[in-house]
Structure formats: structure tokens, C-alpha cells
Write a protein that binds this ligand. Structure first.
Ligand code: PLP
Length: 401
């Protein structure tokens, strides 16, 4: 059972076994809360709104009621979020032993976890076997043979390649079986005696077109038909990630759901459908506040500001997730004259630049800036380079969205 796993002995977020307190927002808006927390402090901090996570779950159930979301914790392995989603009834997508251990440590059943990394280390497969996590993806013959030799009872899901050209972060250069290899894989699986339950895909993270889902689902349906010829009556479809974290001008979650819904009847009614949303659940749950701790005037009449979170910490999303963070000034200042400004992070490295040549009112040392939509691929990959904390202090709130 899940209690058999002690998560503390592994490198997991330090709050994994802790309690956290959640404040009700009452009549306060996010700026009121940020101002309260910013008083008398210098270090950067996050406000995480668990109400938004819950709201996203409700919206998912409304738009895609027959698709069970398995939160991809890669995107943000925050334990409070994992526990919130687990209590709502989601499953989880894990890519490594540590992720599996963390989710199990939160009391999640092994049957609600998919080990969705198509290339897996031996020890991680052995861990999954010991924990009773059966569902796992593969996309090539060597992986199939390896998994079978270690864990013959694994329930395999064939990850197929997708057209990821509509996505900001594509995966098809690294993962996904080409359709031309599918029959060979099914035939090998059949001769080894593997259980192949179904098909998965990932259209790429931050996908901007519902067309990508339409094409991938159509390919998945073709694999289901092919599989019958190799003795497999598949019963599992995994729609992967790619779901928007924030509704944008290009695409909304509703657009994606509307494209997917009419295609689900392509699969027989006994097929269990899941998806692996990551950013969808967390992108808008985090607001990051940073303090201006130093300032320099430039010869051109602009300013360089130094703030206490940068690209080696939460703002790694600028590099890894192609995010353009937009600062807002907590004290207002909308009517003030604007100056050409650059924001640097705290490390002694010039690449540590959060925003270059933007226009802001003149800031003072001690002013606070804040950034919304900072929940996806931020803290997940933060480091403590140069001795600065990888994850700022976190306060939890629960708004009625
Ligand atoms: N599933 C897998 C296997 C992934 O690699 C990822 C990461 O992108 C996700 C799900 C989450 O997808 P997204 O970032 O689009 O939410």
C-alpha cells in the first residue's frame, strides 16, 4: 500500500509530508493579499491559489466528462496541488521513480498513476513493479523488450508520434512511434506475450491548435484497428498533454475540448480515456512577487533593476518554456512617466535577465513587482545557483473563482 513508501528519504519538495495552511480570501483581491504579505519582508514569495486548481478540475469535468485527467507532475510537483487534485479524483502522470514515489506518498493508488516516460531506466521500472504501477508507455522495440524482461505484467501503452508543429514546445523529435513502425511493434509485443492496453500521444506542450488533437486522435483510432490484427482488443486511450494553461487569443481549453469530444465515439464504449494535463491545472494558480533590491541608472536615461528571483529560479520558464513574463507594479503607478527598464535576477550572471528594455515607472529599491500565471514549468526546474533559494516562500489561498 502507499503507506509503505517513505518519501522523505528522496529528494522531493520539502513540504511533501508537511501541512500547509490555506487562507480564505474573503473580500481581498490578489493585490491586497500581495501587499499584506510584502509588508516587512525582502525575499520573493509565491501566492498559490488552490481555488483555481479546483476550478480547473470542475471545468474539465464539464467539458470532457468522460476523460479522466492524470495531472503531469513534471509541470509543478507541489505537494499541496498534488493532494488537492488527488482529493478531487484525478490520476497522475509520472516520468521517474521520484515522481512516482512522491505521488504514492500523497496516498494515490498505484492504479491512478501512469509511468508516462517512453524511455525508462531499469531501476525505475523495477520501482514501478514493486509499487504495483502497471500502466507505462513505450514507443520503440528496444524499450518494449527491456520493459518485458523486467516487468512482464506491465500494461503497455503505445505512444505514437504527432504533428507537434502547432505547439510552442514540441516532443516529436524525441518521442513517439512513427505510424510506419506500429505494426512491427504490435507484432513484437504479441510474440513476446506483452499486454498492450492502448495508445497515447502528446501533441506538444502549449499547443495552439485543436487540429493537432484531431489528427492525433484519428491516428490513434487507426492504431486501435491495426491492433485487432495482432490479437489486441485495446481498451485504453491517453490524450496526453497540450491543454492550454490560460485561455489565450489563439486558443482556449473549450476550443480543444470541443474538437476532442466529437472524436471520442471513434473508440468503442469499453475504452477508458485519460489525458495528461500539466500546465492546464497550474499555470494560473501561481502569482510571484519579487522585490527590487538594487537599482542602477543607465547613461541613456533608463534603469537597470535587480530583483530577487531570476532565470536560474522561477524564471527558468523564460528559457525552458518560452514564457514572456509581464511585470506589474504592486504600488500602482499607472499615471507615472515611463522609462526604459531592464530587470535582472539576483545572480552574478548577465544571462539572468527577466525582462529587457521594457517600459516601467521609475522604481525604488524596496518596490515590489508581481507576475501572474507563474505556475507552469517555473519552480519545477528552479535551481539554487549562486546560493539563492530555488523556491521562494509560498503562501496558499483558496479563492472562490
Ligand atoms: N505528459 C507528458 C509525457 C509530458 O512530457 C508532458 C509535458 O509536457 C505533459 C504530459 C504535460 O503536458 P503540458 O505541458 O502540455 O501540460
Amino acid at each position: 500500500s502507499c503507506e509503505d513508501f517513505t518519501v522523505t528519504q528522496y529528494k522531493v519538495p520539502k513540504d511533501v509530508n508537511n501541512k500547509w495552511s490555506v487562507e480564505a480570501t474573503g473580500d481581498r483581491n490578489i493585490e491586497d493579499i500581495l501587499s499584506e504579505k510584502a509588508a516587512d519582508r525582502e525575499d520573493a514569495f509565491f501566492i498559490i491559489d488552490l481555488g483555481r486548481v479546483t476550478d480547473k478540475y470542475k471545468r474539465w469535468k464539464e467539458e470532457l466528462p468522460t476523460v479522466k485527467p492524470f495531472f503531469a507532475i513534471k509541470c509543478n510537483p507541489n505537494t499541496a496541488i498534488i493532494r488537492t487534485l488527488a482529493s478531487l479524483g484525478t490520476g497522475f502522470d509520472c516520468a521517474s521513480m521520484t515522481e512516482m514515489r512522491q505521488v504514492l506518498g500523497c496516498g494515490v493508488s498505484p492504479s491512478d498513476i501512469i509511468f508516462a516516460n517512453p524511455t525508462k531506466m531499469r531501476s525505475h521500472i523495477e520501482f514501478a513493479k514493486g509499487a504495483g504501477i502497471k500502466l507505462m508507455t513505450f514507443d520503440n522495440r528496444d524499450e518494449l523488450v527491456k520493459v518485458h524482461s523486467i516487468y512482464p505484467e506491465a500494461e503497455l501503452v503505445l505512444r505514437i508520434i504527432t504533428d507537434d508543429s502547432h505547439s510552442v514546445c514540441g516532443f516529436s523529435s524525441k518521442f513517439g512511434a512513427p505510424m510506419s513502425s506500429v505494426e512491427d511493434l504490435l507484432s513484437t509485443a504479441n510474440s513476446l506475450g506483452c499486454t498492450v492496453r492502448g495508445v497515447s500521444f502528446h501533441v506538444g506542450s502549449n499547443c495552439l491548435s485543436p487540429l493537432a488533437f484531431e489528427k492525433a486522435i484519428t491516428s490513434a483510432a487507426a492504431v486501435f484497428r491495426l491492433a485487432e490484427g495482432y490479437g489486441y482488443r485495446m481498451d485504453f486511450l491517453d490524450l496526453g498533454g497540450g491543454w492550454p494553461g490560460v485561455d489565450g487569443a489563439d486558443v482556449t481549453f473549450s476550443d480543444m475540448a470541443a474538437a476532442v469530444r466529437p472524436l471520442l465515439p471513434l473508440f468503442p464504449p469499453h475504452v477508458r480515456v485519460i489525458a495528461e494535463p500539466g500546465r492546464y491545472f497550474v499555470a494560473d494558480s501561481h502569482t510571484l512577487a519579487v522585490n527590487v533590491f538594487a537599482k542602477r541608472a543607465t547613461d541613456e536615461g533608463g534603469y537597470l533593476y535587480y530583483v530577487n528571483d531570476g532565470v536560474y529560479q522561477s524564471f527558468n520558464c523564460i528559457y525552458f518554456d518560452h514564457y514572456s513574463p509581464r511585470p506589474r507594479l504592486l504600488r500602482g503607478g499607472e499615471e507615472e512617466e515611463l522609462h526604459r527598464s531592464t530587470l535582472f535576477g539576483p545572480t552574478c550572471d548577465s544571462i539572468d535577465c527577466v525582462a529587457k528594455d521594457i517600459y516601467l515607472p521609475e522604481l525604488n529599491v524596496g518596490d515590489w513587482l508581481y507576475f501572474t500565471n507563474m505556475g507552469a514549468y517555473t519552480v519545477a526546474a528552479a535551481s539554487s545557483f549562486n546560493g539563492f533559494d530555488s523556491c521562494p516562500t509560498t503562501f496558499y489561498i483558496e479563492s472562490d473563482v
